[in-house]
Design a protein around this ligand. Structure first.
Ligand code: HEC
Ligand code: HEC
Ligand code: HEC
Ligand code: HEC
Ligand code: HEC
Length: 372
């Protein structure tokens, strides 16, 4: 009991307004990490810096009917008026002139997450009240002239600290619109291993260490080079060259896309003596929606009550996509697998047809195969 009381005195639920050091304050001693971080979606998670998040919020009933920004829990957790942003009907919505809202998912916020508590609609981050003490996974961290350092292996070593925001989210209809659903039996299941790999250069200007964990958090927005090692492809022929299959080996402990806006696509062509034939595209995505009349139709995430269709590739799964085509010796099959941040069919609904980021096809892997 005493221990529980102490814990609650030292940590605050993320929705109380708290003070956090600014990202800029870390740049002088951690220049490499700061530069990487600035390119990441964590630094751009606000409606001002992420036009896709802005476009969805713009159409959302939380903005249009309720004057609230529940998104702030995860997109601007260091706002100095967070509790007002989370409440309905008080006229408080995101403000581009509020500096603390522009900090997005900040350095100090992440490094003050003491624990993650399970929640039904979404998880909660328990944030330490010690405003200049930062958590690390290292048993013997160095010391800093600017801040304290505390070891917190239980959530910083295994990626559990990511799960306050990345675990799951339900809408008002109690339908889970997204979930990471990690495969606990996977040999590689630590978010940090794949999304914060080691790169050259010391973690601080005062460190003798030669490498640090990359803070660009690679994902669908950015450079997919590092992540591509976990999504491989293999092309082979069958039935005397009357058929071929493209196998995608998705060696990732979560499904191929998790956010309801996303979709993936497998594009395959056959080049026969210079004449190129495009096979039918395979769309790999999850569509959510609700029943209209008898059958379910796609809707915006906030109206969804069920899964309409799901062709995403589950965690750590190989899927074979067959194609019926009469191949000749010397024909070249090319397969390209990649993602869209916003499903092409949803672009118009969010007025994102002309947004380059939203419309770009992001290739993670391309393979060719010459028929024997
Ligand atoms: C005056 C220099 C200075 C500033 C400013 C500074 N740090 Fe540090 N920080 C250090 C030093 C020195 C270490 C010890 C480890 C090392 O040598 O890299 C360290 C270590 C850390 C660690 C633990 C790293 C480990 O070894 O696992 C974290 C986390 C951290 N800093 C976060 C921050 C954040 C967040 C900010 C900005 C709010 C910040 N630091 C600002 C100098 C600084
Ligand atoms: C529980 C935490 C959480 C809450 C609350 C939350 N989000 Fe997010 N949001 C995330 C995470 C994590 C991602 C990244 C997911 C991914 O890339 O698969 C994300 C990504 C997004 C994206 C995609 C952005 C892009 O650039 O592609 C949009 C759009 C978005 N959220 C809109 C919203 C809106 C609107 C709200 C509030 C109505 C909201 N989110 C509330 C955690 C949250
Ligand atoms: C999304 C959460 C998140 C954000 C944002 C974040 N970090 Fe980290 N940081 C981590 C995790 C997780 C680790 C790796 C585990 C560990 O070493 O504790 C880490 C590691 C570090 C380390 C030790 C690196 C090493 O390899 O020795 C330093 C220093 C650090 N962060 C500083 C910063 C600074 C400065 C910023 C902002 C410019 C920042 N972090 C932003 C989660 C975050
Ligand atoms: C074995 C490597 C690996 C591990 C471990 C891993 N991921 Fe991923 N992650 C990927 C790859 C590869 C992609 C690219 C999309 C795909 O095909 O899965 C990705 C994509 C993502 C995306 C963007 C997806 C989208 O829809 O926008 C998010 C967010 C993400 N991972 C979060 C996590 C979190 C949180 C964890 C830990 C619970 C984690 N990942 C563990 C490899 C990994
Ligand atoms: C405070 C909430 C929060 C925490 C903690 C957090 N994230 Fe995120 N993360 C987000 C939000 C919000 C987004 C989406 C931002 C956007 O696109 O607007 C995101 C996006 C991402 C993406 C997608 C990037 C892309 O290019 O599409 C990856 C990968 C990711 N996070 C990995 C991690 C990992 C790994 C950790 C733990 C070390 C972590 N996150 C911790 C809130 C968080």
């Amino acid at each position: 009991m005493k221990k529980l009381l102490l814990f609650s005195l030292l940590t605050g639920f993320a929705f109380a307004n708290m003070q956090f050091a600014k990202n800029k304050e870390c740049s002088s001693c951690h220049p490499a990490i700061y530069a990487e971080y600035k390119t990441s979606q964590h630094a751009k998670a606000t409606i001002f810096k992420d036009p896709i998040h802005g476009a969805v919020y713009d159409k959302h009933p939380q903005y249009n009917k309720l004057e609230k920004y529940r998104c702030g829990h995860c997109h601007v957790p260091t706002a100095d008026n967070l509790s007002a942003l989370l409440k309905s009907h008080n006229g408080v919505t995101p403000d581009p002139d509020n500096e603390t809202q522009n900090e997005a998912v900040s350095c100090a916020y992440c490094h003050r997450i003491e624990d993650v508590k399970h929640g039904v609609a979404m998880n909660k981050n328990m944030v330490s009240l010690k405003d200049k003490v930062y958590f690390t996974s290292k048993s013997k961290p160095g010391s800093s002239p600017y801040h304290g350092i505390e070891t917190n292996k239980s959530i910083f070593e295994n990626g559990k600290m990511c799960m306050g925001c990345h675990s799951h989210k339900s809408n008002k209809k109690e339908f889970q619109v997204c979930a990471t659903d990690i495969n606990n039996n996977a040999s590689k299941k630590n978010c940090i291993e794949c999304h914060m790999h080691k790169v050259d250069g010391p973690p601080s200007t005062m460190s003798t260490s030669k490498t640090h964990t990359f803070h660009g958090f690679p994902g669908l927005h950015g450079d997919l080079t590092h992540l591509s090692q976990y999504v491989t492809m293999n092309i082979s022929t069958k039935d005397n060259n009357k058929m071929f299959t493209v196998v995608i080996n998705h060696d990732v402990p979560h499904s191929s896309t998790m956010h309801p806006l996303r979709s993936a696509k497998l594009v395959v062509t056959v080049n026969s003596g210079g004449s190129i034939t495009k096979m039918q595209d395979r769309v790999i995505a999850k569509t959510i929606g609700s029943k209209k009349g008898g059958s379910p139709v796609p809707t915006a995430p906030w109206l969804a009550t069920e899964i309409v269709k799901n062709t995403t590739i589950p965690a750590n799964t190989k899927i074979a996509y067959p194609y019926k085509w009469d191949l000749k010796s010397g024909d070249v099959v090319t397969a390209t697998f990649g993602y869209y941040l916003v499903k092409p069919k949803a672009l118009k609904k969010f007025d994102l047809q002309d947004n380059e980021e939203a419309t770009k096809f992001r290739v993670i892997r391309k393979e060719t195969f010459t028929v024997q």
